[in-house]
Write a protein that binds this ligand. Structure first.
Ligand code: ATP
Ligand code: MG
Length: 254
């Protein structure tokens, strides 16, 4: 039961925060995940807490890139499992992607809790726990380098919501096309991914599902053109302008 009144001016943001706290209490989210969420909240505030034009552009490019992929894989961590488990499963179904659990702060119990949550939300198969099919991603220390041979290791496109910079760089170095959701346009992940969706994952994931359904009707050539015409560096720069305009607008009202 939520104690947040719907009339609260920051109700939406507080509801999202509550989801994360509930995820923490259910053993899905790491303590550090709560802090990472706080960093995201701060950037969402600067963005005006809405899906901007740059995010919409990146969502269209992402949908095209995923539909073009031979083996797209969605990498899931605790925060994502707490915030949008149903959407992850729907995105996988609509786009033919595999789902793999990969944690920054490895913990077998937490991994099992995440898998259970995804299965409860309709996932048929979740990779990332079978030690017989695990291998290592070169260029990374720690448990994060352990990936599934049939999942992230073999993928040509990896969707990594709320990812750490080291891992994004390692995925790129291993030849993967990386799509991320990250509210901070300045993070290393945002800067190194092929496509960065600068938006709250709780708003943007659903939009990506809708866009995948829409673009399924397009032919390969058209999808390739969408990807080719998208410039991530330019989109990130445009996002900084969106933030600046939002802040200037607020100051002039005050
Ligand atoms: P990097 O390692 O890429 O330089 P970082 O160290 O600043 O980034 P991490 O904790 O590694 O940050 O990654 C978490 C990222 O996820 C942050 O950039 C944060 O802004 C972003 N984030 C947190 N919550 C959300 C959310 N709900 N939607 C989208 N992005 C989010
Ligand atoms: Mg980091």
């Amino acid at each position: 039961m939520s104690l947040i009144p719907k009339s609260h001016p920051r109700a939406k943001s507080l509801f999202i925060r509550e989801k994360l706290v509930s995820g923490f209490n259910r053993g899905l989210v790491a303590k550090e995940g709560l802090l990472a969420h706080g960093r995201g909240e701060a950037f969402d505030y600067l963005l005006g807490e809405k899906t901007r034009k740059t995010a919409k552009r990146a969502i269209t490019a992402s949908a095209a890139q995923i539909l073009l992929a031979d083996l797209p894989v969605i990498s899931v961590n605790g925060n994502i499992a707490a915030l949008c488990p149903k959407e992850i499963v729907n995105l996988a179904k609509v786009s033919g992607s595999k789902i793999e659990v990969n944690l920054f702060y490895a913990n077998e119990k937490r991994k099992q809790n995440i898998i259970r949550t995804l299965k409860k939300n309709g996932a048929k198969e979740v990779l990332g726990t079978n030690s017989r099919s695990s291998t290592t991603l070169p260029g990374l220390d720690s448990a994060r380098r352990i990936v599934d041979k049939n999942g992230i290791f073999a993928a040509d496109v990896v969707i990594v919501p709320l990812e750490d910079g080291d891992r994004t760089i390692a995925l790129r170095k291993n030849g993967k096309k990386v799509i991320t959701f990250d509210l901070n346009p300045l993070s290393r992940t945002s800067q190194t991914a092929n496509i960065t969706i600068i938006d709250n994952v709780t708003r943007a994931m659903e939009l990506l599902i809708i866009e995948c359904k829409k673009l399924q009707k397009k032919n390969r050539k058209m999808l390739e053109k969408i990807v080719k015409d998208f410039d991530n560096k330019k989109n990130l720069a445009d996002n900084i302008i969106e933030i600046r305009n939002n802040l200037t607008g607020r100051l002039s009202i005050a």
